[in-house]
Each structure stands twice: as structure tokens, then as C-alpha cells.
Ligand binder design. Structure first.
Ligand code: GDP
Length: 225
């Protein structure tokens, strides 16, 4: 199936975000969880920048994606949480961390105010992290539709992987889709999940009008005998 994907912009605040009313999926996860890699694997090309160094930018990266004959939608790649590092050379590290956390919160709030569907990415090797648990609680409340994806499953053996998925599902109380950007495992299922999230969470002005109600029908009279 043909996939088109392009990077649109990096948003620092609500006013930077697109205004054409396309459906949106927000991707959330800890820094280094593999968000950029999952985006690139999904669209089969390098639109998102990956890196081995955690604590990248505090901006939301917006990608426009079309798959097959489907309607275009936006993937909103939110900044990773969990590495509130002070910039190098910052004199007051605590203040810098606070400013960075505030910036993070501002962009995440701006994105979720648009009621996108939410996808939480968690690292398959680390079930039950407090930060992921908190993020899931929050996303579930803020997004109309939300789901969890476990990344980097290629790093786990069979037994470990079954145990990890069970642990996630019991902690987060939802099913978790295993994927690997390296082996391609789970990507087809992730597309199916994305299609489901998109079709269930169209924003009101995007929603197709409901089908007309059936006309009230009068049961046919029995012919008099
Ligand atoms: P982001 O910070 O969440 O965008 O994470 P990245 O996509 O930049 O990935 C962080 C690191 O994890 C990089 O070194 C990637 O090569 C690695 N990585 C990402 N996805 C996978 C995966 O599915 N399997 C493996 N083995 N490594 C991965």
C-alpha cells in the first residue's frame, strides 16, 4: 500500500499547530523509547530524526501522512518525557529543569486540547515505570481514543517478552501492542490500530454526517379474508 509522509513543522505552542482540521494522532513516550524509529518504520522512510542521545527538543514535530486511499492525517510527535536535563553550561540547573518541564507541559496541553487520538509508546524491556503509568493515566483522560504500544521487542527473548507484556497489561489495565522498528514486527497491526483510532476519534467538524434515520414503517395490513 502506498504511503505518503512528510514533515510539516515543529511546534513550540498551540498557535504553530495546523488548522485544517485533519484527524490527529499524538505519540507520547519517554525520551529514547523509539518514537522516531516507529514513525520512520511505519511510513517506510526517514522522516523523523532518530538519535542515541536522550533529551532532545521540547517541540512537537508534525507529520502529514496518507496511506493508500485513506484520508490524510497528522502524526503529532510530542517531546519525550523523563529526561529533564539542564542544557549544558546552565548555571542554575534546577531552574533550567523547571523551565524545560513547563515548556513540555505547555506543548502537551496544547496538543491534547485538540482532542487527538493518543498513542503511548513504552519500552518493552521496562514494564511498570512510574512515568509511563502517569502518562497513561493522563492520556486516557485527555484523549478521546488511546492505546499503548511496546517498542523494541526484538531486544527480548520469547519468555521475557511474554512476561513483560503481561506485566504491562496488568499495570496499565489495557492491551499492549508489541512492535519492533528493527524487525518490522507489529507494524501492520499498528496500522490497523491507527486506522481504528482515527475512525473512532474524528473531531466533530470532521465527522461525516450520520446516516438518515429509517422512516417509520407501518406494518402491512393483513389482507381481510
Ligand atoms: P525517540 O527518542 O523516542 O525518538 O527514540 P529513537 O527512535 O531516536 O530511538 C532511540 C534509540 O533506540 C536509537 O538508538 C534507536 O536505534 C533505538 N531503537 C529504536 N527502536 C528500536 C527497535 O525497535 N529495536 C531496537 N533494537 N532498537 C531501537
Amino acid at each position: 500500500m502506498k504511503i505518503e509522509a512528510s514533515f510539516i513543522l515543529s511546534a513550540a505552542s498551540a498557535s504553530d499547530l495546523p488548522r485544517d482540521g485533519l484527524a490527529e494522532i499524538a505519540l507520547v513516550g519517554r525520551s529514547n523509547v523509539g518514537k522516531s524509529s516507529v514513525i520512520n518504520a511505519l511510513v517506510r522512510r526517514r522522516v523523523a530524526r532518530t538519535s542515541a542521545a536522550p533529551g532532545k527538543t521540547r517541540l512537537a514535530n508534525v507529520y502529514r501522512v496518507t496511506r493508500g486511499g485513506g484520508a490524510p492525517f497528522y502524526l503529532l510527535d510530542l517531546p519525550g518525557y523523563g529526561y529533564a536535563r539542564a542544557p549544558k553550561g546552565a548555571r542554575d540547573a534546577a531552574a533550567a529543569r523547571q523551565a524545560s518541564a513547563a515548556e513540555f507541559e505547555a506543548i502537551v496541553k496544547a496538543v491534547f486540547a485538540r482532542e487527538p487520538a493518543g498513542l503511548l509508546l513504552v519500552d518493552a524491556r521496562h514494564p511498570g515505570l512510574d512515568a509511563d503509568r502517569a502518562a497513561w493515566g493522563w492520556i486516557r483522560g485527555a484523549a478521546g481514543q488511546a492505546a499503548v504500544v511496546a517498542t523494541k521487542t526484538d531486544k527480548l527473548g520469547r519468555g521475557e517478552r511474554i512476561r513483560a507484556l503481561r506485566a504491562f497489561e496488568s499495570v496499565l489495565e489495557t492491551s499492549v501492542l508489541p512492535v519492533s522498528a528493527v524487525t518490522g514486527e507489529g507494524l501492520e497491526e499498528l496500522w490497523t490500530l491507527i486506522d481504528r483510532l482515527l475512525s473512532n476519534s474524528r473531531r466533530p467538524h470532521n465527522r461525516p454526517s450520520p446516516p438518515p434515520l429509517p422512516k417509520a414503517t407501518v406494518p402491512p395490513r393483513r389482507p381481510k379474508s
